[in-house]
Design a protein around this ligand. Structure first.
Ligand code: IPE
Ligand code: IPE
Ligand code: MG
Length: 241
């Protein structure tokens, strides 16, 4: 690949807010769950394309802590889709030496899924080139509450003083502790909000919103987002010289 300006500024970590499955389906007279099924296929394609493009980490927001509030039947179908994804698609990714891990409280899922999640993490832990983090029952606020509790316990155990709490300590206590901050957050479907996704971690992420519904998102759309990222001027509060 040629060393074009945008190639020089490749994001290391991209977060995807995969939104619009329901509207995609409804607009075609299909059930919302048909959108989720297509969405899962797209997630696999996008992950593989990100790997091909030299991205190092992708975090896929698949199910939020608030998504339990949806109708029971939709939640059930989503769990069935995740289960199938773990048993089929992730097996394929494992063959391609992709490290796969999960963030979010997994204990709320059925025991067979929790077992499979732990197994996947164990089996892929040694792969270093490319990693996929699946956010399932993830919500930033819950993650932050859990982190505050961990820090409080450390203080009570006298591991460090209150004055020792700093950015690193907070990072270590969050479930995202072993991935770099995301450089780019892509949200599909035209909504322009974070919806409780990586809110501490994306403090300086570039945000990219596209009207494309997730089931229609493809390799070219990802290329467009990466190119747009390459044109951004990330200042981190400093002055560009
Ligand atoms: C994203 O698509 C998938 C999940 C949140 C699980 P939606 O289901 O939110 O689709 P819309 O936003 O209703 O179109
Ligand atoms: C965010 O989408 C969660 C995921 C993509 C998993 P939602 O569709 O749940 O978010 P809101 O309700 O539009 O904010
Ligand atoms: Mg939505």
């Amino acid at each position: 690949m040629t060393d074009t300006p945008e190639e020089k500024k490749l994001p290391v970590h991209i977060g995807f807010i995969m939104d619009g499955n329901g509207r995609w389906a409804e607009e075609q007279g299909l059930k919302r769950t048909a959108g989720h099924k297509k969405g899962a296929e797209v997630a696999r394609l996008v992950i593989e394309h990100a790997k091909k493009r030299g991205i190092k980490v992708v975090t896929m927001y698949a199910f939020s802590t608030e998504n339990w509030k949806r109708p029971k039947a939709e939640v059930k179908t989503l769990l069935d889709i995740f289960r199938k994804y773990m048993n089929e698609d992730i097996k394929e990714l494992q063959k391609q030496k992709v490290r796969v891990s999960f963030i979010g409280d997994r204990e709320k899922f059925p025991a067979d899924m929790v077992k499979r999640m732990n197994e996947i993490e164990r089996e892929t832990a040694a792969y270093t080139d490319f990693r996929v983090v699946l956010a399932l029952n993830y919500g930033f606020r819950d993650d932050m509450i859990a982190a505050i509790k961990k820090i409080a316990v450390d203080i009570l155990d006298r591991k460090y003083l209150i004055s020792g709490i700093n950015e690193d300590k907070v990072n270590e206590a969050l479930s995202t502790h072993d991935t770099p901050y995301p450089d780019l957050i892509i949200r599909t479907s035209g909504e322009q909000r974070l919806s409780n996704f990586l809110m501490w971690e994306s403090a300086y992420a570039e945000l990219y919103f596209t009207p494309v519904y997730w089931p229609d998102f493809n390799e070219h759309d990802l290329d467009d987002a990466i190119e747009a990222y390459g044109r951004r001027n990330r200042r981190f509060g400093k002055v560009t010289i």
